[in-house]
Design a protein around this ligand. Structure first.
Ligand code: 13P
Length: 327
């Protein structure tokens, strides 16, 4: 018995020592990143889906719209974009004088890859004069052959701002369908989608609602229409922070990528946030680690650039979107 107690105490001491060592290592990397950010006059931006520790150290966290605005405004020489490739491209389009680092060049977006310039130009040829509204989750080259961009936060406003009766909506069919619910325009949807949001099924939501009957269900418009039909509220990631903070409800079922839970929980200690499905994890958003950020700031690589012949027309599409007043 005594030997057992000794053994368990040893495990306890070992566990604590390991935890402390790990904690110290993480703290040390964070401090190194902070020092490097100062040295390089760099700003660290992180999307709301990034790993908890990356969001924690970021100068700014936000949704696609907020981060593109901040990327354009920042005084820093260097933007370290903790997100996926199209976001770093948007920063490079809006801030041509700055160096844009994407710590993981392999962090892509499968939905953005579902549309190519050639395919979009072919559709435009079949529908002459119909304007193209392109979700920011798209490549710079696709933005360059579009008329205006939108994000999940402003898609309805962007569509409403156009005088045309018909529009081509690219690449997210789910966001497009969601906007079409409140619009009298004729939509030509692209058949793209986010594989992470698409994994959330209406059955998953129904099951969660049965488990937590008092909870409200909030989802991102990238979810499929059957899921959207079950939602108490549909909004962008930043919209979720605002809505849950203001809501008197105590429990929320969240239908978007798991990274959002970090700040929802941190900002609302008295409330409970339940993931709608454990499948809501985007492997691309989870790639970037603290070590990757430190390595990027040391080597000043990988740099994301956009050639001028793409940057100028892509910027026009983003500028048209940014000219639409926010609420
Ligand atoms: P928002 O952060 O703009 O809501 O977009 C989420 C997103 O990027 C999904 O891939």
């Amino acid at each position: 018995m005594l030997r057992n107690i000794y053994y368990y105490r040893l495990i306890f001491v070992y566990d604590r020592t390991t935890a402390q060592t790990e904690e110290t290592m993480e703290d040390r990397i964070k401090q190194e990143i902070r020092d490097l950010l100062k040295e390089r006059n760099a700003v660290l931006l992180a999307h709301n889906y990034m790993r908890d520790e990356v969001q924690e150290i970021a100068d700014l966290t936000g949704d696609s719209l907020g981060l593109s605005i901040e990327a354009a405004r920042t005084e820093s020489d260097v933007i370290v974009f903790c997100g996926v490739h199209f976001m770093a491209e948007s920063a490079a389009i809006l801030s041509p004088g700055k160096t844009v680092l994407l710590p993981r060049l392999d962090a892509g977006c499968p939905m953005a890859d579902m549309v190519t310039v050639e395919e979009l130009v072919a559709l435009k040829d079949r529908l002459p004069g119909v304007p193209v509204v392109t979700y920011v989750n798209s490549s710079a080259a696709v933005k360059a052959v579009s008329d205006i961009c939108c994000t999940s936060a402003n898609a309805q406003k962007v569509v409403a701002s156009l005088p045309d009766r018909e529009i081509i909506f690219v690449p997210d069919r789910n966001l497009g369908r969601y906007v079409a619910r409140t619009s009298d325009k004729v939509f030509h949807f692209w058949d793209g989608y986010c594989p992470t949001h698409e994994r959330l099924k209406a059955e998953d939501v129904r099951r969660r609602k049965e488990e937590y009957p008092d909870a409200l269900f909030i989802c991102h418009p990238e979810c499929n229409p059957a899921v959207v039909d079950l939602a108490d509220h549909v909004c962008s990631t930043t919209g979720m922070y605002d809505w849950c903070r203001q809501s008197p409800a105590r429990r929320f079922i969240i239908g978007t990528e798991a990274g959002i839970l970090y700040r929802l929980r941190a900002d609302n200690p008295g409330k409970e946030f339940i993931q709608a499905s454990p499948a809501l994890i985007c492997p691309n958003r989870k790639l970037t680690s603290l070590e990757d950020i430190r390595a990027a700031l040391i080597s000043m690589e990988p740099v994301v650039t956009v050639a001028e012949d793409i940057r100028i027309p892509a910027k026009r599409s983003l500028d048209r979107m940014l000219a639409i007043p926010r609420d």
